[in-house]
Design a protein around this ligand. Sequence first.
Ligand code: ADP
Ligand code: MG
Length: 242
Amino acid sequence: MLLEAKNVSRQFGAFFAVRDASLSIAQGEIVGLIGPNGAGKSTFFNCLAGDMPPSAGQVIFDGQDVTFAPPETHALAGIGRTFQLPATFEDMTVLENVMVGAYLRHPHRNAARDRAMEVLEITELKDLAMQRARTLGTPGRKRLEIARVLATSPRLMFLDEALAGLTPSEVQRAIGLVRRIHGMGITLVIVEHIMEVIMALTERVIVFNQGRVIAQGKPADVVKDTQVIEAYLGSGRRKRRA
Ligand code: ADP
Ligand code: MG
């Protein structure tokens, strides 16, 4: 297994945002992680990518225990993640933002610039390279967030709602980008609310609810699962009736 999370929990005070969640990701997979808002998906990503230590459990990446390692260790080992709220340097150019990621493995400026230019090509951001990040619209920002991570040359990428807020045609373009990234041999775990995206991209889906894994399987099977329907629609239905 490329990544193994064993019984990961994360508490905020007495509240469990993630409770006893286990996950195995094989090299080359594209896995979807779905669940309602507040289910704990981003917190789980934080624990897996080293942005937040779990309260309990273990995270093993490529045989290395990274549970309590700092984010730099995760990045160097080959774990990359996008943030649901993009962590862009607003006053820097698109190129400079991507170079920040590229410096991880290319300490010399020219090499980092070359790597960043490659990534801008892949992410179709080349024409925007010299623009300040703050001038970008939503689609550009979403691609920049992916580009910044891609520049670190990850083996495993977590995408946290990287396609949220896009129009249907932009979503199609982003699906193409995700496929290209997967085609480069990068393993992907994708949090996404749009079921069409999950169906189009993933081979396996894990369903999160109230901090727990409540179901997993092939996307087509998971959408039929009653617990999943309950998690997504149950409370909404009750609210509508009330
Ligand atoms: P999701 O990404 O599935 O929408 P989150 O992981 O963002 O869910 O949040 C799960 C739960 O944990 C929510 O109830 C949220 O309010 C809570 N939570 C997340 N981060 C923190 C934090 N830093 N401090 C306290 N509570 C948090
Ligand atoms: Mg989230």
